[in-house]
Design a protein around this ligand. Structure first.
Ligand code: HEM
Length: 182
């Protein structure tokens, strides 16, 4: 009788344990919360799906580049690096070719400044534009979190020189790039 009871408990607890485990793994990656929780939960649950921060990054290089020139680095030419610009800071994401290269799930951010879409947690190409000036405060925060996420994982290699006028006053939060081009 006792044995039977133990078997019942075991059999019923298995699916419950499975569900609890699933919830733990999935919750940070759903929809826009993937972006918003990136930094706040860093080092905790997100460690399981997002790559961890790196400690081998180079000091930022702010060599000037235009939005037009940036287009060459969208992953369509395998001999060239892949660049993603956020608020005009250009990150070298080449080592994540599978994600940002041709056919990759985040290729929409490659070879351009798609700051607005990052703030909106949107993957629509039409949202991936450099003028993020119209984002509401909460989305501006999401964008800043992404900038911080990338800063901890990818080298800054360039700085966009022709970002839209509308965002000029908003860019002071990032490095004083124009003067610092090493
Ligand atoms: C159901 C929706 C989504 C799921 C399940 C999801 C899932 C993931 C996963 C698993 C990763 C880690 C990938 C890796 O390290 O290889 C990731 C990273 C990322 N996601 Fe999403 N995501 C979703 C929506 C979005 C949206 C809407 C955006 C638009 C802003 C977005 C932007 C990103 C970016 C920029 C990364 C960083 C990739 C990197 O490591 O460089 N995600 N996402």
């Amino acid at each position: 009788m006792l044995f039977k009871l133990l078997v019942y408990i075991f059999v019923f607890s298995l699916p419950i344990l499975f569900l609890v485990r699933q919830r733990r793994v999935q919750s940070p990656s759903t929809g826009s919360s993937a972006a918003t929780t990136t930094e706040t939960d860093e080092g905790k649950s997100l460690k399981t799906i997002m790559q961890p921060p790196r400690d081998d990054l180079d000091p930022p290089k702010y060599n000037p580049i235009t939005l037009k020139e940036l287009q060459e680095y969208d992953g369509s030419d395998p001999s060239k690096p892949i660049y993603v610009s956020i608020k005009g800071d250009v990150f070298d994401v080449t080592r994540k070719k599978d994600v940002y290269g041709k056919g990759g799930s985040y290729n929409t951010f490659a070879g351009k400044d798609g700051s607005k879409a990052l703030g909106m947690s949107s993957l629509k190409p039409e949202d991936a534009v450099p003028d993020y000036s119209t984002l509401p405060e909460n989305e501006m925060k999401v964008l800043d979190d992404w900038h911080s996420f990338f800063s901890k994982r990818y080298n800054i290699v360039r700085r966009v020189t022709d970002m839209p006028e509308a965002v000029a006053p908003l860019r002071s939060t990032t490095a004083n790039a124009e003067t610092d081009s090493s």
